[in-house]
Design a protein around this ligand. Structure first.
Ligand SMILES: Cc1cc2nc3c(=O)[nH]c(=O)nc-3n(C[C@H](O)[C@H](O)[C@H](O)COP(=O)(O)OP(=O)(O)OC[C@H]3O[C@@H](n4cnc5c(N)ncnc54)[C@H](O)[C@@H]3O)c2cc1C
Length: 283
């Protein structure tokens, strides 16, 4: 195990140890590798000593999040504003209290094999940008491009920062956890919308997680909601009409058909939260 003090040192340690070396954040995924029948890595590179990696800065323009910020730290530090509600709720409701105190946002979004990340759909709906460092330098990627690049990026690389822009939008995050599946959600919906001065939805962004192997935006539903009122029942109906967009994955926690059948309900619940915040803002 190595304990670098900077990003450069960490990248050097990873490069020196070869492609099987593994960066370690909270280790809640890494330490379960024997359960997944994975071989131990030759070298583990701890990221916990890198300055600024735990930091969370909230301004009127953006939230800047270090990759080692824990779910719990984010849940506590994020303000309750409607634009950040999806992220705050993803932080506060994922996993269980013990895991939330240790697991990090960076470890969460860097694990390509993990289908049930709460942060991935939340960051998709909030149009986050991901800072990635590798030998070539520093790159900013929209979150979808980052998620899609995880398996194919040349090693070593590190996520070094996550930026969520502040807006006047309204957002929400809904999930259906399965106790028998160790607190993993079987479906997740994150929503962020703008509302125009006629009370109509504009530029909806909907992130869906856990339903398929990888999180993604639900663009057909986003388009169907453009110009519609903020109406939870109407949203659920529109989601049911378009549910064939998804092929639910069968896994030990839930069959694919169950994931797609609950997703429209999660959309309705998300829009109930959004409608309450919209009415509060308007009153
Ligand atoms: C019982 C249980 C229930 C859970 N339920 C949920 C849930 O409901 N919702 C949810 O979202 N998550 C859930 N999780 C997953 C949990 O959030 C992840 O285990 C966690 O996010 C991984 O974070 P970590 O800091 O422990 O990462 P680690 O285990 O340290 O690392 C995970 C992976 O990411 C890589 N990595 C870590 N940081 C970086 C970085 N900065 N740059 C590049 N690569 C990096 C590591 O090399 C490793 O491959 C659950 C986990 C457990 C154990």
């Amino acid at each position: 195990m190595t304990f670098p003090r900077s990003v450069d040192e960490a990248l050097n340690d990873l490069a020196a140890a070869g492609p099987d070396a593994i960066p370690v954040a909270g280790a809640t995924w890494v330490m379960r590798s024997p359960l997944r029948h994975e071989v131990m890595a030759p070298v583990y590179v701890a990221l916990s000593g890198i300055e600024g990696f735990q930091r969370i800065d909230v301004t009127d323009e953006a939230v800047s999040i270090g990759p080692l910020a824990t779910h719990d730290a984010l849940a506590q530090k994020l303000p309750p504003n409607p634009d950040l509600k999806a992220l705050k709720r993803a932080s506060a409701r994922s996993a269980n209290p013990g895991v939330r105190r240790i697991a990090t946002i960076g470890g969460n979004i860097c694990t390509a094999a993990f289908a049930a990340s709460d942060f991935a759909p939340a960051l998709l709906s909030l149009d986050a940008q991901i800072e990635v460092r590798d030998k070539a330098g520093l790159e900013w990627l929209p979150v979808l491009a980052f998620l899609e690049s995880r398996k194919s990026r040349e090693l070593p690389w590190l996520v070094t920062r996550i930026i969520v822009p502040r807006t006047v939008r309204l957002s929400a995050h809904e999930r259906l956890p399965m106790r028998k599946a160790g607190d993993y959600p079987c479906a997740i919906a994150s929503v962020s919308i703008a509302v125009d001065d006629r009370g109509r939805i504009h530029d909806a962004r909907i992130g869906v997680g856990a339903v398929e192997a990888a999180p993604r935006r639900w663009q057909n539903l986003e388009q169907a909601l453009e110009g519609q009122p903020v109406d939870p029942a109407l949203t659920e109906t529109a989601a049911r009409d378009l549910i064939a967009d998804f092929t639910g994955r069968d896994a030990v926690d839930a069959p694919g058909w169950y994931r797609t059948s609950v997703l429209p309900v999660l959309l309705r619940r998300a829009f109930e939260t959004i409608r309450t915040d919209y009415e509060t803002r308007a009153s």
